[in-house]
Design a protein around this ligand. Structure first.
Ligand code: ATR
Length: 270
């Protein structure tokens, strides 16, 4: 019997995850089915229970259910405990639900693929929501010289930085506290969705700096256009999406898919 996997979200119809995981399955010869499921906003746990009762073995979880998924897990990876969010669910043979988050490793792998050095880098992360919380651990693990989290609501950035202080040199504040230069600036706000740009000073980028937006689209985001004009190398979050998916697939099936061809096919279809 074919094992079933899915991505839960709401809304979910535009998700690229089914195409990504179907490509991974074909490439690795794994017999799985992967679909997108809109879970009800008031009953995520019920949606997961129903899915596992019908051959569901694992799932990806996206907006707005990552915290709820975290809460329903019986066991959690250490990085999911840190992130307080889960994007990957796995039903164990014992019937227990295990949760992990692969967003951070996805970002770190994509940055590595682009040749962006994290060790010794001065890093600025914009935003202090769930998306940012999920990626701080691997960034700090790489040993940057400093990591500043800047957010519209300064207190949220300060609180977030405090939660990760034991892992490295991290501080938090409002956008007015931002003073460059930085080697890497990562936009983890949802401002790009609305076509907004966080208020950023000039002189943000060091020579050869990189700007990375965790969002992606057919056209560069406002943030990436702004950064390119100031001389930064720019990358969007499509690679992160594919890399986090590959890590989830590995958790489920024990096989590591090749990601370049999958990402290129997605890019061509944007
Ligand atoms: P996610 O799970 O995508 O991180 P979230 O937890 O709602 O979603 O966080 C959204 C982030 O984008 C927050 O850091 C938010 O700033 P606030 O904490 O001040 O709300 C940020 N954000 C959203 N819209 C923004 C905008 N127009 N300009 C700047 N920051 C914005």
């Amino acid at each position: 019997m074919t094992d079933r996997y899915c991505v839960f979200g709401n809304p979910i119809s535009h998700s690229k995850s089914p195409a990504i995981h179907t490509a991974f399955a074909e490439q690795t010869g794994e017999d799985i089915e992967y679909t997108a499921i809109a879970a009800p906003l008031d009953d995520f746990a019920g949606a997961w229970r129903r899915f596992t009762a019908e051959r569901g073995r694992g799932a990806n979880v996206t907006v707005p259910f990552k915290e709820e998924a975290f809460r329903l897990c019986d066991t959690l990876s250490q990085r999911a405990q840190r992130a307080r969010a889960v994007n990957t669910l796995l039903l164990g043979k014992n019937g227990l639900t295990y949760g992990d988050t692969t967003d951070g490793i996805g970002l770190a792998r994509d940055l590595g693929r682009h040749g962006v050095a994290l060790a010794g880098a001065r890093i600025l992360v914009l935003g202090a929501g769930g998306a940012v919380r999920g990626v701080l651990e691997p960034l700090l693990a790489a040993g940057p010289a400093s990591l500043l989290v800047a957010n519209r609501t300064a207190e949220k950035a300060e609180a977030l930085a405090a939660d990760f202080r034991d892992l490295g040199t991290i501080s938090g504040g409002g956008f007015d506290a931002v003073a460059g230069p930085f080697d890497l600036v990562i936009n983890g706000t949802s401002a790009s969705l609305a076509g907004d740009l966080p208020p950023l000073p000039d002189g943000l980028f060091a020579a050869g700096a990189t700007a990375y937006d965790m969002m992606y689209g057919a056209e560069p985001t406002v943030f990436l256009r702004w950064a390119a004009k100031r001389g930064a190398h720019t990358f969007d979050g499509l690679g992160m999406l594919v890399e986090q998916a590959a890590e989830s697939f590995f958790q489920w099936r024990g096989k590591r898919p090749e990601t370049d061809s999958v990402r290129e096919a997605l890019r061509a279809g944007l």
